[in-house]
Design a protein around this ligand. Structure first.
Ligand code: HEC
Length: 129
């Protein structure tokens, strides 16, 4: 893995590189990973998407968005279907439970203390679109 990273870091000199370490990391992953690895364009798209419902969008912006728009956070990106496809196979109830309880690098309720289970479900449906 370290060797792979080392080989890929020169990719970050491309003009698309915004200089941030997170971006270099994402590029390195994009250069070397499998088809489910998001690139900078997927990250840029994730950053633009918002739920249609204003109250849900407000919850999203102050919680899920922080991690689910950054490839470096290792969270499935908003709107990046290849990352969500295998997760959706677990079924929506399992995804909601994982969001409620936390999973790996994701804290319980995805840092949204006032999200109800139905908010989480709607947020997941939005992110996995
Ligand atoms: C602090 C970062 C962080 C925040 C904030 C966050 N997530 Fe996550 N999320 C992650 C990471 C990292 C993963 C991948 C976890 C893993 O597979 O180990 C993940 C995975 C998920 C999954 C997939 C779970 C599965 O079973 O595969 C769902 C669903 C999810 N997040 C929903 C949400 C929702 C909804 C919010 C906002 C309410 C949110 N997340 C906020 C980091 C975050």
């Amino acid at each position: 893995m370290i060797q792979t990273m080392f080989l890929c870091i020169p990719l970050s000199v491309f003009p698309a590189c915004r200089g941030a370490l997170a971006v270099a990391f994402a590029l390195a992953l994009a250069g070397c990973g499998g088809p489910a690895t998001p690139g900078p364009a997927d990250e840029a798209r994730a950053a633009q998407l918002r739920p249609h419902d204003a109250a849900l969008a407000e919850k999203y912006e102050r919680s899920c968005m922080v991690c689910h728009t950054q490839a470096a956070a290792q969270a499935p990106l908003t709107g990046f279907a290849p990352a969500w496809r295998p997760r959706l196979k677990q079924g929506m109830d399992t995804l909601v439970r994982h969001a409620e309880q936390g999973l790996g690098g994701m804290p319980a309720r995805g840092l949204c203390a006032d999200c109800t289970a139905s908010d989480l479900r709607a947020l997941i449906q939005f992110m996995a679109q």
